[in-house]
Design a protein around this ligand. Structure first.
Ligand SMILES: CC(C)(COP(=O)(O)OP(=O)(O)OC[C@H]1O[C@@H](n2cnc3c(N)ncnc32)[C@H](O)[C@@H]1OP(=O)(O)O)[C@@H](O)C(=O)NCCC(=O)NCCS
Length: 136
């Protein structure tokens, strides 16, 4: 079972651990102190079968996520988490994500959750795929 619990100050040490893991740090480029200093609004801990598994966030109709527990990656959980998050939490009718081009695992997870690759954009000088989901 997948649940979303609003991120609180008490979760920040765990978030730091996740951000420092190699499989996350490779793709999550914002400096850790900036990441930890963001507003808590719109940010949720992903809970999988009662276990804290990662972070998912929505801001201005954009979504991004990380599964911080590496052994929970590569099992098809990402697409399920995204689909459920869009259904249960996100209120916008159109949802976007910008995913780094070489992060195939991530953009495939968005595709499997129903997002389409609509254009190529540059963010921080790096090529990204802009992914879009229209909610029915
Ligand atoms: C990106 C992420 C959310 C994807 O979720 P996931 O549950 O691991 O994704 P899936 O298991 O559904 O795999 C998605 C696709 O990547 C492929 N894949 C799995 N592990 C992979 C790996 N180590 N390298 C490359 N591709 C891989 C899968 O085969 C699948 O593709 P397919 O459907 O064509 O076979 C998760 O891996 C994660 O949080 N990674 C670290 C942080 C990150 O990159 N966040 C995204 C920032 S936008």
């Amino acid at each position: 079972m997948i649940e979303f619990r609003p991120l609180t100050e008490a979760d920040l040490p765990l978030l730091r651990v996740w951000l420092e893991r190699e499989h996350v740090a490779r793709w999550w480029r914002e400096p850790i102190e900036d990441e930890l200093g963001h507003e808590l609004t719109g940010r949720f801990v992903i809970v999988v079968d009662g276990r804290d598994a990662g972070l998912i966030q929505t801001y201005d109709g954009e979504v991004d996520l990380l599964i911080g527990e590496e052994e929970l990656t590569g099992r098809g959980l990402g697409p399920q988490i995204l689909a459920q998050f869009v259904d249960d939490v996100v209120e916008a009718d159109v949802v976007f994500a910008a995913v780094e081009e070489p992060n195939r695992r991530s953009w495939r997870a968005f595709e499997k959750a129903g997002f389409r690759h609509v254009s190529d954009v540059e963010e921080n000088g790096l090529p990204h795929r802009l992914m879009r989901l229209d909610r029915s």
